[in-house]
Design a protein around this ligand. Structure first.
Ligand code: SAH
Length: 233
């Protein structure tokens, strides 16, 4: 079977670091999905507007060349214990395919077809292989058991902004109305790797969101956003 992308993601996430570990955790994480020819025709998405969420099957294109491992260390287990690749949502799989359910906020068929999405866990330029509507009657399983990840991950980091960062947020408010929420929700989950050494605590961290390098500093369970630096500056 040969599969080709039917679309491409334009996401706020410009690098792997900082991307939420699953969809839906950070609703302010927005993306557009641009369908590619010959699939970019309105009739191919007719009826999709009635669904609040869609499943996306996509390629882990940024890590695909690194191959797969039979066991992985999920962040959920502190990065120490190993589970099988097929018991995990690891990106390093025999076929590097990802599966995410994301919120569909709009469809624009004015020039090609563009789906507007929220709550994504997708890197910019991710190739999309298929789109399917989320069917609550079949896909929502209230009695399902979640193995070693039974609950939402902890989001315990308290986020604040320096005066400089506040000023920068204010000047970007019209262009990026959900930027503050995006940064707060992302940092609350503490994107640092689970197996970091303790001496990393006082380091500066940065994550690329949209066209900004968002800088922050950790102190205990507090994150202070120090600056939003335009990328390439
Ligand atoms: N919901 C998906 C993805 C889970 S792994 C699934 O279960 O299959 C989520 C991680 O995938 C993110 O933290 C991000 O680092 C990584 N990721 C997202 N898009 C990627 C891409 N195009 N290539 C490689 N890694 C990607």
């Amino acid at each position: 079977m040969n599969i080709e992308p039917i679309g491409i993601i334009h996401s706020c996430f410009k690098e792997k670091f900082g991307i939420p570990r699953q969809p839906g955790l950070v609703d302010a994480a927005e993306a557009t999905l641009q369908l590619l020819p010959p699939y970019n025709r309105a009739e191919a998405v007719r009826g999709l507007e009635g669904f609040s969420h869609v499943w996306l099957i996509f390629g882990f294109h940024a890590t695909a060349e690194q191959g797969w491992r039979p066991t992985v260390r999920p962040p959920r287990l502190g990065g120490n214990a190993r589970v099988g690749v097929f018991a995990s949502r690891s990106t390093f799989r025999p076929n590097p395919l990802g599966l995410s359910v994301v919120r569909l906020t709009g469809i624009d068929c004015s020039g090609g077809v563009v789906l507007k999405l929220a709550g994504v866990d997708l890197l910019d330029q991710t190739p999309i292989f298929d789109i399917k509507p989320y069917l609550p009657y079949a896909d929502a399983l209230p009695n399902a058991e979640g193995g070693f990840a039974p609950e939402n991950p902890e989001s315990a980091v308290i986020v604040s902004f320096s005066a400089t960062a506040e000023r920068q947020l204010a000047s970007l408010a019209t262009e990026r109305p959900r930027l503050r929420q995006l940064i707060c929700e992302l940092l609350a989950y503490d994107p640092r790797p689970a197996y970091r050494g303790d001496n990393d605590a006082s380091r500066d961290y940065g994550v690329k969101l949209h066209d900004l390098d968002v800088r922050w500093r950790m102190s205990g369970d507090r994150a202070e956003v120090t600056a939003l630096v335009p990328s390439g500056a």
